[in-house]
Design a protein around this ligand. Sequence first.
Ligand SMILES: NC(=O)c1ccc[n+]([C@@H]2O[C@H](COP(=O)([O-])OP(=O)(O)OC[C@H]3O[C@@H](n4cnc5c(N)ncnc54)[C@H](OP(=O)(O)O)[C@@H]3O)[C@@H](O)[C@H]2O)c1
Length: 324
Amino acid sequence: MRAWQVQDLGEPDEVMRLVEVPDPRPADGEVLVRVDAAALNFPDLLLCRGKYQEKPELPFTPGLEAAGTIVEGPRAGEQVVVAPGLPRGALAGLICVPEADVLPVPEGMPLVKAAAMLTTYHTGWSGLHRRAALQAGETLLVHAGAGGVGSAAIQLGKAAGATVIATAGGPEKVQVCRDLGADVVVDYLAEDFVEVVKEATGGRGADVVYDSVGGDVFDRSRKCIAFEGRILVIGFAGGRIPEVAVNHVLIKNYSVVGLHHGLYRRYEPTLARTIQEDLARLWADGLIDPLIGGEVAMEEAPAALARLGDRGTVGKIVVRPHDA
Ligand SMILES: NC(=O)c1ccc[n+]([C@@H]2O[C@H](COP(=O)([O-])OP(=O)(O)OC[C@H]3O[C@@H](n4cnc5c(N)ncnc54)[C@H](OP(=O)(O)O)[C@@H]3O)[C@@H](O)[C@H]2O)c1
């Protein structure tokens, strides 16, 4: 089968190699899955650069999530969603995963969307519900709302009954956030989001901030966080990891809440199934619909990852390993 391998650390188009490797063989308790769709995430880029919290040994195959068909093992023929885990990631023709970890594809959902609904929507669900306890009627501020995690957070926030304010870089992404259902959208490259949030909330501020950008965006978010608000630390796509003065946290009665969604796999392995069931219900009710910014053939994966790192994508980019 074909698989992408990261053979050195660096930029994706320089260090990823498309190689022919023997088909993997499922171990006891595993199933063999044909990958029909593998969705890209910012962490794939960080993994290539050696800047992610996990540092697999070289060479490794990136790709955090996929949807496909079980071709060997119990339930052969079933369509499933999987998070294969490194170093044998999803950017491959076939992957082996424990049968206990495969998740169902929500009824009627195309595999391309199902692949794109694992990392970002599960992160959004655990962030908003488990870590920030978002309540109906609260105001949620989502940064980089046109991106992968951002687009999921806008939809999940609306589905939870929150008023959603989104930020995005540039007019096209602003329109994407509007189309996703955000109530108020700010082009944060052109306008100060702090003032917009204060105005939209009558001076109160946002109850929950979903921050996947970090740096100045995190710093400024502390200026528009509500009394008893929660700032969710999701990621640092902007490059700088911010620091927080805890006296400010004390004075304004807010919380800075971390989320590493992947840790739930270790500490609460059953949570993924609960989340997937709830997401399937939201999909069936028409409340969420993963935004696909593009589908690319296997050969185009490194270029697509480079675009993701250059703010050149919206929603999720999905790789089709078996398309020419
Ligand atoms: N905590 C967790 O468990 C978890 C899980 C998944 C992902 N993440 C993190 O969430 C973040 C977003 O991941 P994603 O896959 O959804 O990516 P993405 O949102 O699709 O892409 C990143 C977005 O960040 C914004 N951005 C701002 N400054 C940027 C810069 N200097 N370079 C690149 N982008 C910049 C861009 O939107 P604008 O152009 O609109 O500014 C860009 O589209 C990443 O940091 C990732 O590691 C965390």
